[in-house]
Structure formats: structure tokens, C-alpha cells
Design a binder for this molecule. Structure first.
Ligand SMILES: C[S@@+](CC[C@H](N)C(=O)[O-])C[C@H]1O[C@@H](n2cnc3c(N)ncnc32)[C@H](O)[C@@H]1O
Length: 216
């Protein structure tokens, strides 16, 4: 299914679909980035065996497939980009993971109602791609039973400046997509409201990775 009925979703699809093959080449060459290794380290603090995974903005899907290899029972990957999902499905099939993975193309905030709640939800460098932070956070937290893990740009002046400059020039030139700088406190407040508390936090120069756990 391809569901991109609003223009923000269309912009994200156009931008990231062109990048799908380069995501694959980069991963084949370098493996997981440091921030992804942080996210996996944070997730290793909870037993992932037999857990279900929901990866929103899964790209070509290496993170959730790694969690399946570590014992998760099933993973659902969702991405606005049809090309990212196309690659993710092909890789899962060649890794004999078809029975343990499922893929949906669409904006999570539009298709969330048809997605089963998962034990563990992962958003790796996705929150900074999306304009409506409360909508994405509220709907994804509500679909998460136990663990909510994500990576986003650190709250540093250089990230704020880079995102502002990039957004200004991309808007000026009519480019189809630009990133967003979201305050971490706004995210943490929404997660706290859904009874998640912080279990893990680690950063690189650019990225901050968090793992939150639901305490009720
Ligand atoms: C920077 S890429 C990261 C991909 C992958 N998580 C990784 O780290 O390799 C962000 C991805 O999030 C997807 N995305 C952004 N907002 C989304 C939303 N609301 N629902 C589903 N996918 C979304 C984009 O299409 C893109 O593939």
C-alpha cells in the first residue's frame, strides 16, 4: 500500500526514495553507524527475545532485522518512502526473514490505526524528518507496549544552525524536503505522559540516542 495523501509525506517520499540505493551501499561498506551502535547498546539492556518490533521510518531496515537476528519474534517496518520499503523487502527475503518481517509503505501518522501495537518501537533519525512532532510521538507511543527507542540530532548550537541554514536554503530553492529541529524536552514530556521513563542515553558529536521504558 502506498499512502501519501498530504504534501509533507510526498516531499519525504520523493527525497528519501532517491536515497534508498545509497543507504544500502553505505551500510554494505560501513555497517552500523556509531549512533546506531548506541541505539543497539541501549536496546541490549532489555531482553529482546520473543519481543515484537515496530520500526517507524525504517529505511532499508537493518536495525529491526538485527533485532530479529538477536531473537525478536517479529518486526514491522514502516516508511513513507516506497523505494526504501522495496529495498527492505528484498533484503528481508534474501535473508530468509520473510516470515518474521512485514512492511508497510505510508506515513505512520496516517496508517497507525492498521498497525498492531509492538513491544519495542524504534525511530532512528526519523523524528527530525517530520514536521508534526506531537502527532508522530503521540500515535507511536500509543502503539508501544514496553520500550521506545530513538535517535535525533543533539541539542547543540551547531545542529540548530545547520538545520536552520539547510531549511532556509532548501525552502528558498523550492527543494522538496528539509529537516526539523525538535526540542528533546517536548519529546520527553510526551513520553512521560505515556508513562515511559529514560533507561539509556548516549551521544555522538551530532546524534543523541535514547531508550525509554514504560513503567506501568
Ligand atoms: C534519515 S532516514 C533514516 C532511515 C533509517 N531509520 C536509518 O537510520 O537508516 C528517515 C526515514 O524516515 C522516513 N519517515 C519520515 N517520517 C516518517 C513518517 N511519519 N512515517 C513513516 N516514515 C517516515 C523517511 O521516509 C526516511 O526513510
Amino acid at each position: 500500500m502506498h499512502c501519501c495523501s498530504n504534501s509533507e509525506s510526498d516531499k519525504i517520499d520523493k527525497f528519501f526514495s532517491k536515497k534508498a540505493s545509497s543507504f544500502l551501499e553505505t551500510f554494505q561498506k560501513n555497517g552500523f553507524e556509531k549512533s546506531q551502535r548506541h541505539l543497539l547498546a541501549g536496546l541490549s539492556k532489555i531482553p529482546v527475545e520473543s519481543k515484537t518490533i515496530l520500526e517507524i521510518g525504517c529505511g532499508i531496515g537493518f536495525l529491526h532485522r538485527e533485532l530479529v537476528k538477536r531473537g525478536a519474534s517479529f518486526a514491522t517496518g514502516v516508511d513513507i518512502s516506497s523505494e526504501m520499503i522495496h529495498f527492505a523487502e528484498e533484503i528481508a527475503s534474501s535473508a530468509n526473514l520473510t516470515g518474521k518481517t512485514k512492511y508497510l509503505t505510508g506515513d505512520f501518522t496516517e496508517i497507525y490505526a492498521q498497525i498492531e501495537p509492538a513491544d519495542v518501537t524504534v525511530l532512528d533519525k526519523v523524528i527530525c524528518c517530520y514536521h508534526d512532532l506531537p502527532d508522530l510521538l503521540e500515535k507511536s507511543a500509543a502503539r508501544t507496549r514496553s520500550v521506545y527507542a530513538f535517535t535525533l540530532p543533539r541539542e547543540k548550537w551547531y545542529n540548530r544552525t545547520a538545520i536552520a541554514v539547510m531549511s532556509f536554503f532548501r525552502t528558498l530553492t523550492g527543494a522538496n524536503f528539509h529537516p526539523f529541529y525538535h526540542r528533546h524536552a517536548d519529546i520527553i514530556n510526551i513520553l512521560n505522559k505515556h508513562h515511559f521513563t529514560r533507561l539509556f542515553q548516549e551521544s555522538t558529536f551530532i546524534w543523541e540516542s535514547y531508550v525509554f521504558m514504560r513503567n506501568v
